[in-house]
Design a protein around this ligand. Structure first.
Ligand code: ADP
Ligand code: MG
Length: 700
């Protein structure tokens, strides 16, 4: 009997060979896979093109006309049937290499045909190779659909006759099975009713062979809803299960360190957002379950202070805390800020990085194991096995996008219970993406900047404005400010990029000569000590300009730096540009970001520059970024199979996602462990989906 998980070769029209390519090329193993190989677009078959109007990059055209002549030409392997096809506007060649004999017998001159195919340019003329061709009978024209599905295919599939057309024929085979017995419903009647969703089998019918625009829309909605619903149900269930079972240390007191710091040593008033997030953290860490919390806050929103005060809570409860940063410079900077802010409190802070010397290291590790060190700050070095805490209760990970999930997991292994975990990210990610990527984490958002910040002014200049920009830099330096000049550095073009960096530096030295001007330079080829020294000179104000590659992208805090010049800005992604811009605007002075680009810009680059100039809002920027690049690139990770969506699109389907998440939430609110009879089919689907995923990765 045919079922959804029947292997694909059992469908009529697919032999073992075609099955093989379908598996290899499109990952289609079962009938279910075929069914969820959705059209990527639709063409309107009631509309006709004119031959004269065919353009270079047109995908498919539908023509109506007559064959003037047909002849078989060429030798052996190039032997082919060529027809001159005419409509009112011109002629075009139709060509068949395969089955040409049969076509030659079948086709008639001076008869009306409808032709459908993809034009290719050959020797300056368009032709249609192997078009679909039908007699233009009344009946055919009447049956033509305004929504003909078009499928993704590959060269290897086309060789086997499985172009879009061939794939549609396979879908047609399946169409006969699309009934409730074959395609069982996987959403409860309640959900179907409440959200007015098409039945599942009907959605499949309409997505492949839509009867109307309205039904197509409903089918898409239903299938997107279903897809996102199960992703969210899985994530939220993980969260619920964690709430039920994952025990953690209880931090139930707000002790002297926290209170003393709060009342005596706080260098500024906390923003309301900082207060709110601190409270969320405090409640979470006192709940008896382990905290896994993501704090999102735009650059400069003051995440470090939130981390610091949370660490004091851990200390007040007799635990140690650690803070992990993605780079040495950043770890160093955190160490300095935090040490100085805590200098009047009985708290020992230590720094451990890859460049700690053998003796320092030994000493630090000893102090740590004996519990003398309360807060350890560092880089990846913190998760090495040799690093043993006496009583680690709380871990902060700063700028999480540089840390892998696996690295996070290693920290778990260091105590009786896993320590509470606070992950801070300044890369704002769109809500939709956050819900899907971090749906199993609790989230806090610092959605407010400290008061008194002047919004950074961003301008976009082309190379021709170089003199003006230099003049502006001079003015700013005269006012006592400092300037960053950032160059792109990309692995693929590393050599060229270093040349550009060097040229840019030389150019700056000529424009801003010593002794009046001093310039720091930081890039990946310097040793850590050299980088450190150069950074330090800039931080201390000994240098006015800092030339750098993106090593300064994350976290660095020099409040007196008020101008960020980004060279070849068109080569940076939006979120990177935003991160870089976030390095200025940290003091009370008006800050500027200058985007320098070449004179010619592509469409995407122009949109990126316009977006940067228009807004300082990281979330808005991330939305544009998501639309431009898609979710995979933004996160820079393939780790999440959850982003493997077949029909929903996180950049576009925020509304469906909201509803699907709310629906999943309300199912779990009523039935947290999914034990009710009526939810059995949800569990079945969750389990099968999970299994399918692992299977595919093994086979593929
Ligand atoms: P980020 O969220 O990007 O990590 P930081 O924690 O580095 O931001 O904070 C940026 C700057 O803002 C720092 O100089 C910090 O001292 C300052 N800051 C943080 N919170 C406040 C506040 N509530 N009021 C004033 N300044 C603050
Ligand atoms: Mg930070």
């Amino acid at each position: 009997m045919m079922q959804l998980d029947t292997p694909i070769e059992y469908l009529k029209g697919i032999g073992p060979q075609r099955a093989e390519v379908l598996k290899k090329e499109l990952n289609l193993f079962t009938l279910r896979d075929l069914l969820t190989h959705y059209p990527f677009r639709y063409v309107d078959r009631t509309q006709f093109h004119l031959i004269r109007q065919i353009e270079d990059d047109q995908s498919y055209v539908q023509l109506r006309g007559r064959i003037d002549s047909l002849e078989v030409i060429g030798e052996k392997r190039t032997k082919r049937l060529v027809c001159q096809f005419r409509d009112n506007s011109g002629t075009i060649e139709l060509v068949w290499f395969q089955g040409y004999k049969w076509m030659a017998e079948k086709l008639r001159t001076q008869t009306d045909y409808v032709v459908y195919g993809k034009p290719t340019l050959f020797k300056g003329r368009f032709n249609l190779a192997h078009p679909e061709i039908n007699l233009a009978t009344e009946e055919y024209l009447r049956s033509a659909s305004a929504f003909q599905s078009v499928y993704n295919s590959t060269e290897k599939l086309k060789v086997r006759g499985l172009d879009s057309e061939g794939l549609r024929r396979l879908q047609k085979q399946l169409y006969a099975y699309l009934n409730p017995a074959f395609v069982s419903e996987n959403l409860t009647p309640e959900l179907l009713e409440e959200h007015r969703l098409l039945p599942r089998y009907e959605a499949f019918r309409q997505i492949h062979f839509p009867e109307s625009a309205e039904l197509l829309k409903q089918a898409e909605w239903r299938l997107k809803f279903e897809e996102l619903f199960f992703v969210q149900l899985r994530l939220l269930r993980v969260n619920k299960v964690r709430a039920h079972s994952s025990q953690g240390y209880v931090f139930n007191r707000v002790g002297p360190l926290f209170n003393d710091f709060f009342s005596q040593h706080l260098p500024f008033q906390l923003t309301n957002a900082q207060k709110r997030v601190l409270k969320e953290i405090r409640l979470d860490m006192g709940s008896g379950r382990q905290m896994s919390r993501l704090v999102q806050g735009d650059v400069g929103s003051g995440k470090t202070m939130v981390a610091l005060m949370s660490m004091l809570l851990a200390l007040d409860n007799q635990f140690q805390a650690c803070l992990m940063a993605p780079t040495e410079i950043l770890a160093q900077q955190h160490f300095e800020t935090i040490s100085s802010q805590l200098k009047d409190l009985p708290v020992n802070v230590a720094l451990l990085t890859g460049s700690s010397t053998g003796n320092q290291r030994k000493h630090i590790l000893k102090q740590l194991a004996e519990g003398h060190t309360h807060i350890l700050i560092g880089t990846h070095a913190l998760i090495e096995d040799a690093v043993q805490f006496q009583r680690l209760g709380f871990v902060v990970i700063d700028e999480q996008h540089r840390f892998g999930v696996a690295q996070r997991a290693r920290l778990h292994a260091k105590g009786i219970y896993p320590p509470h975990m606070l992950i801070m990210t300044a890369t704002p990610i769109p809500r939709t993406l956050a819900m899907t990527l971090y749906g199993d984490l609790d989230t806090s958002v610092i959605d407010e900047l400290p008061p008194g910040r002047k919004p950074i002014k961003t301008v976009h200049y082309m190379e021709s404005a170089r003199l003006r920009v230099n003049g502006f830099i001079r003015e700013q330096i005269a006012l006592g400010r400092q300037i960053y000049v950032v160059f792109p550095l990309i692995q693929e073009s590393e050599k060229m990029d270093y040349q550009n960096l060097q040229q840019g530096y030389d150019h700056l030295v000529t424009e801003f000569p010593p002794p009046q001007y001093q310039i720091s330079i930081v890039h990946g080829k310097l040793s850590n000590q050299e980088k450190e020294r150069e950074m330090q000179r800039f931080i201390n104000g000994e240098t006015q300009l800092m030339v750098a590659t993106t090593v300064i992208e994350v976290g660095v805090n020099v409040p007196n730096a008020s101008v960020m010049v980004i060279e070849s800005a068109e080569r940076f992604g939006l979120s990177q540009l935003h991160q870089l811009r976030g390095r200025v605007g940290r003091g009370a002075e008006q800050s500027y970001c200058i985007l320098m680009t070449g004179n010619k810009l592509g469409q995407d680059s122009r949109l990126r520059m316009e977006t940067m100039v228009r807004t300082n809002d990281g979330f808005e920027i991330s939305e544009v970024d998501l639309k431009l690049r898609g979710p995979g690139d933004i996160t820079g990770t393939q780790q999440s199979g959850m982003l493997d969506l077949k029909i929903a699109n996180l950049a576009k389907d925020a509304q469906v996602l909201q509803l699907a998440r709310a629906a999943a939430q309300s199912v779990l609110d009523e039935d947290p462990l999914l034990q009710l009879e009526k939810n059995a089919l949800l569990v079945t689907t969750l389990n099968t989906n999970g299994r399918e995923k692992t299977n595919w990765s093994k086979i593929g």
